[in-house]
Design a protein. Structure first.
Length: 237
């Protein structure tokens, strides 16, 4: 009997330790704070964010600690707009948790300016999409983890649709890295002859200012809804 009580006590203690060790969503650990991380989303408000070109719309909402893009029949809006940070960033490490609905499409852009109607005409995009369920045929450069229309992802270790993934973007000078669930899936150098060739021969040949800015806003794409974000954090490099 005593052995059983001791065993139960030990199990309860272990469960409490695990519970205490788990970091809450939209909060920074003491280590992250010491190493320069900053929350971009507090889980409660859109402080630090605004609509691209200050468009008047309510297409983004907050629920249960998630920043989400409205899209279903019960929760939608007629006016669509991407959402951007109020601060510009140059060299940084960005970490974002995201999940996507079936057939949905979105992306994370950076070095976005507001000189064009659409942010993707200036800022490179880390692609997010339902690779298997999207209703149209996708090219490899359109799939999750790719530097959209430029560099393919070497692998796609995504979780199933509706489950959270963690993406990381590292920008330091010309060097870029995209990570997906702790796997590096893209690495390249911007503005090299190879980069310029890909731009000149691909989708962005009609966008002369694509990828040129050396700093700009972080942008979450509204592609019709069905995408949720949390634990959005950044540190300057």
């Amino acid at each position: 009997m005593n052995k059983k009580i001791l065993m139960i006590t030990a199990i309860i203690s272990c469960l409490r330790m695990v519970s205490f060790s788990q970091q809450k969503d939209n909060e920074l650990s003491s280590t992250e704070i010491k190493t320069g991380w900053k929350l971009l989303f507090d889980g409660k408000t859109t402080n630090g964010w605004r609509m691209y070109q200050n468009k008047a719309t309510d297409c983004w909402g907050i629920n249960d600690g998630e920043l989400y893009c409205k899209g279903d029949n019960k929760d939608k809006t007629k006016v669509r707009a991407d959402i951007i940070t109020t601060e510009k960033y140059e060299n940084f490490e960005l970490s974002v948790d995201w999940k996507i609905a079936a057939e949905a499409n979105s992306g994370i852009m950076y070095h976005v300016t507001e000189q064009f109607e659409k942010p993707y005409l200036s800022g490179p995009e880390y692609q997010i999409i339902d690779d298997d369920g999207f209703p149209q045929k996708l090219e490899e450069w359109q799939k999750t983890g790719a530097d959209y229309a430029m560099y393919l992802a070497s692998s796609r270790p995504t979780n199933q649709v509706g489950k959270y993934n963690t993406s990381k973007i590292i920008v330091k000078g010309t060097h870029r890295e995209y990570w997906l669930n702790n796997v590096k899936v893209v690495e390249f150098e911007a503005w090299t002859p190879d980069w310029k060739k890909r731009k000149a021969e691909g989708k962005w040949k009609i966008a002369p200012d694509y990828g040129i800015a050396k700093n700009g806003f972080i942008c979450l794409q509204d592609h019709g809804g069905g995408v949720w974000f949390k634990n959005i954090k950044i540190r300057k490099l």
